[in-house]
Ligand binder design. Structure first.
Ligand SMILES: [Zn+2]
Length: 134
């Protein structure tokens, strides 16, 4: 069963598969709702609209993984997992970063994203892959 097809965040995954970053916004009070849910935590409204956002962000947190664990055989080691804060809506998203080894990523640095995928076992997961803004 693929939860990416029928969860509250299904439009996010479908957007990534089509090359777009889509995020939900409350149809009543316009607050960004992430993680996606079925009701606005701020105004209680039901109903949301999905808007495309640009792939520009700042680095919020990161970690570099040096050792392999199950189902990550398709990832080159080491790899960098990150949390970014999108520039124009302050939503935080998880993703991967092109590894800037030997320089460590720096919290707050500007990033640009592209949509790729992460292969975990047999599953090909659409993923935003971030790199330093030129
Ligand atoms: Zn609302």
């Amino acid at each position: 069963m693929n939860h990416r097809l029928d969860g509250a965040d299904a439009p996010y995954w479908q957007g990534l598969e089509q090359g777009h970053l889509l995020l939900p916004r409350c149809a009543h009070c316009a607050r960004w709702l992430w993680p996606a849910g079925h009701r606005c935590a701020s105004c209680g409204g039901i109903g949301m609209v999905w808007e495309e956002r640009p792939l520009r962000a700042t680095l919020y947190s990161w970690t570099r993984t040096w050792h392999r664990f199950g189902f990550t055989e398709n990832l080159d080691l080491p790899y960098v997992s990150i949390v970014v804060e999108l520039d124009d809506c302050s939503v935080r998203l998880m993703g991967r970063m092109d590894d800037p080894t030997p320089d460590n990523p720096r919290i707050g640095e500007a990033l640009v994203g592209r949509i790729g995928e992460t292969v975990v076992g047999e599953d090909r997961i659409p993923t935003v892959i971030w790199s330093r803004a030129a």
